[in-house]
Design a protein around this ligand. Structure first.
Ligand code: GLU
Length: 472
């Protein structure tokens, strides 16, 4: 048997971080077993589904590198097939036509509530002759659900769950207007797509019993089920916007790397010892549904940020340069080829100090001649008259230095030694002059990245008390 899993979002809004985790688990399980991972867009609710939501879901999955192995299936294109299966059940005597009017159903519900019973369909058309049908009423098709015994599901995460069939009524599978109900559509689609493992949020656990009844009635093999506990906010309540970012694209916006997000989501509810950093290739080797916990997990933004910083350190420099330049463009920071080259040169140092791409971009802005931020007050305070005089002197000295990091470092040390100063006494005002800040990567790296001409311009501007590091 080839494992086939699917992620089946309803396109009624953005892709939520919980949905992304479901997608990742489906992906990992399929990869682990050499199978396929598919996507089904459940857009049967035409009122609430939007093309914009579909676009965002696909974009989110692409960003996470969780695009499906086959083109997505749109549930709305399959209604004829859903109807066909409903009619097949009817022909097999496993379903029946129910000619109830909305008023009758409403009365039935009210009576049940008044008598303190759960509102269930009483099965009044189950064995009735359709010849008795009232004129003008279009029938719905209802499943003839078993009334005795139990429906038992052996869930790969939740264990064995069961319900007495007497608790479940004869559900509608095809409405009187010919449209399929959601539970029915899901079963037909999962069957036709050859899904072997349904891995989804545990808010769908109760649907499973009814879905199993449809599989059983059709004589189809049930897939395996695995219901994942939901993700809660840090305070233990349902994760929502007031806790922080919840949509996948928001995390992208805030500067998280997709691989860090995936790693974090994996660790949320799944564990292999106490390994925190589990890159995708390793996750594929280790992933097992048996290691998924049964209780809800809590979103911990600080942990995600920590993990992101670790991935940033290891990320390819060129990729990070592209990300930073994109963020410059979005912030309206104008830059040219020379500025881009400076970002490139300093990237190995910058990436060690940032936790997100937003921070990384912020830490690189000073490199851009036109867009350099104004000097921080703490940095300005370092530029005393004495420090400025020293910077003027240092500029003359450094102007002859070969412009390589190790040479620059040696020249600064020599200069400090000759003047009888500690290196910090030179480096701090120099840093203020070059970066407008009291914190930056090592000063030799900054000098090197800025290049001789720009470094000189900034040092001299600071020496003269001009506004640095911007171009005045
Ligand atoms: N469309 C459902 C949702 O977005 C998922 C249904 C399923 O996975 O069976 O919650």
């Amino acid at each position: 048997m080839t494992v086939r899993t699917r992620f089946a979002p309803s396109p009624t809004g953005f892709l939520h971080i919980g949905g992304a985790r479901t997608a990742y688990f489906n992906y990992l399980f399929a990869r682990r077993h050499g199978g396929q991972y598919l996507l089904r867009i459940e857009d049967t609710d035409r009122q609430r589904s939007t093309p914009e939501a579909v676009r965002q879901i696909l974009e989110s999955l692409e960003w996470l590198d969780l695009s499906p192995d086959e083109p997505p299936v749109f549930q709305s294109t399959r209604t004829a097939r859903h109807a066909e299966v409903a009619h097949a059940l009817l022909a097999m005597g496993k379903a029946y036509l129910a000619y109830d009017t909305p008023e009758e159903l409403q009365q039935m519900r009210e009576r049940a509530i008044a008598e303190g019973r759960p509102p269930r369909y009483d099965g009044r058309w189950r064995d009735r002759d359709p010849a008795e049908a009232p004129p003008g009423v279009k029938p719905a098709i209802r499943l003839k659900a078993p009334r005795e015994g139990e429906t038992v599901v052996r869930d790969l995460v939740q264990g064995e769950v069961r319900v007495a069939n007497a608790e479940l009524d004869d559900m509608i599978i095809l409405r009187s207007d010919g449209t399929p109900t959601y539970l029915h559509a899901v079963v037909v689609d999962d069957h036709d797509m050859g899904i072997t493992h349904v891995i989804r949020g545990d808010d769908h656990l109760t649907n499973t019993f009814r879905q199993c009844q449809i599989y059983d009635a059709m004589g189809w093999h049930r897939p395996h089920f695995a219901h994942l506990p939901l993700i809660h906010g840090p305070d233990g309540t349902k994760l929502s916007k007031r806790h922080g970012a919840v949509s996948v694209l928001e995390f992208r916006e805030q500067g998280y790397l997709p691989e860090a997000v995936c790693n974090y989501l994996l660790r949320l509810g799944w564990g292999h010892g106490d390994e925190e950093v589990v890159p995708r290739e390793r996750a594929i080797r280790l992933f097992d549904l048996a290691d998924v916990g049964r209780s809800p997990s809590r979103m911990d933004y600080a942990k995600l940020t920590h993990l992101n910083a670790l991935y940033l350190r290891q990320a390819d420099d060129e990729r990070l340069v592209r990300e930073v330049l994109e963020r410059f463009a979005r912030r309206g920071v104008l830059f040219g080829a020379e500025d881009a080259e400076r970002v490139r040169l300093l990237m190995p140092e910058l990436k060690l100090r940032a936790k997100t791409l937003e921070e990384l971009a912020g830490s690189a802005v000073f490199l851009v001649t036109e867009g350099a931020p104004p000097m921080e007050p703490k940095a300005a305070a370092l530029l005393t008259p004495e420090a400025r005089a020293r910077l003027a002197d240092l500029a003359v000295f450094l102007n002859d230095a070969p412009w390589e990091r190790k040479d620059l470092e040696a020249w600064l040390r020599d200069y400090a030694e000759v003047k009888g100063l500690r290196l910090g006494e030179i480096a701090q005002p120099l840093r203020a002059a070059l970066t407008g800040s009291t914190q930056s990567p090592p000063i030799d790296a900054v000098l090197h990245a800025l290049g001789r001409a720009e470094a000189m311009r900034r040092i001299l501007a600071a020496a003269e008390g001009g506004a640095v590091p911007g171009p005045a």
